[in-house]
Ligand binder design. Sequence first.
Ligand SMILES: Nc1nc2c(ncn2[C@@H]2O[C@H](COP(=O)(O)OP(=O)(O)OP(=O)(O)O)[C@@H](O)[C@H]2O)c(=O)[nH]1
Ligand SMILES: [Mg+2]
Length: 320
Amino acid sequence: MKMEWVKRLLSGDHFAASKLISMIENKPSKTPEIMRSIHPHTGSARIIGFTGPPGVGKSTLVDRFIYIACAKNIKTGVIAIDASSPFTGGALLGDRIRMGDYSDKEGVFIRSMGTRGHMGGLAEASRGAVKILDAFGCDLILVETVGVGQSELDIVKEVDTVIVATMPGTGDYVQTMKAGIMEIADIFVVNKADLPGVDLVCMEIEKILDIASKDNAWRPPVIKTCATKGDGLKDLWEAVDSHRAFLEEEGRLEERRKAQIREEIGDLVLRRLKEEFWSTWYEEAKILELVDRVFSREIDLYSARDLILERIKREMRRPF
Ligand SMILES: Nc1nc2c(ncn2[C@@H]2O[C@H](COP(=O)(O)OP(=O)(O)OP(=O)(O)O)[C@@H](O)[C@H]2O)c(=O)[nH]1
Ligand SMILES: [Mg+2]
């Protein structure tokens, strides 16, 4: 049954793409088999991440990108992770793009994924969704993530180019960017350039870049946009193209993607180990016995840990 959906996906069936994403969202036990069968068909899409604090205009920027991509006949997929605002694509393209699971009119596939109902974790589900859209034949995949912190850092694990969006009046955000976000941004966007204070934010970012950028090979450009009017979008698109060209030099894209694969393998292994621990070990009488022994001061916590690890090592030889 799953293979049938995969076959339909590979032949470009929108509904199959939607169905398979639902499968990995709702039944993560099916994910390995799906991923195994689509893996040979992935790797050719360009993947761009849009991140930044709530309300800066990420969805509006993504909308604009969809619009440009459509005009260039680029098959585009969008994954919006935990985004609170809907796409306004309708306003841009009449009723040709509708927010929803799939829109098969213009070669655009849009999908929102929320934190709720993800048995296997949102990061894993969203990475899976990106791979499904890749196998589906999307040439361009846009990933929107909202929030500050982990979700922004997770984004680099799946994209080629990270666009960090800010807007005037986000001084605090710019300050926190020093911690972590500077390193992940390939391009900065200061959106809502129609509002006062835009140059100040640009200057702030440039100042931080002056101090932070040790690797001179790529200095993230800072682009001003007004997404609602479409101003600056051409510059942003060009910046993405330049970054792509940069990645394609000296094997950087390959290096980046291999680093991502490494991270993903690591995440999968750790998740599997955790599951094994919680499901099999934590409930076992054996651990309760260890708790008693630690409580009575017969052994200490670290010895208890080592005893468990020893046993896991032994028993891991059996299949999970
Ligand atoms: N003035 C102005 N408003 C904008 C601009 N871009 C987007 N907006 C508005 O800002 C609001 C938020 O835009 P979204 O695109 O939904 O922002 P977002 O970052 O996707 O928001 P979340 O998904 O909730 O994090 C909407 O009312 C937009 O119309 C802009 O360039 N200028
Ligand atoms: Mg949004």
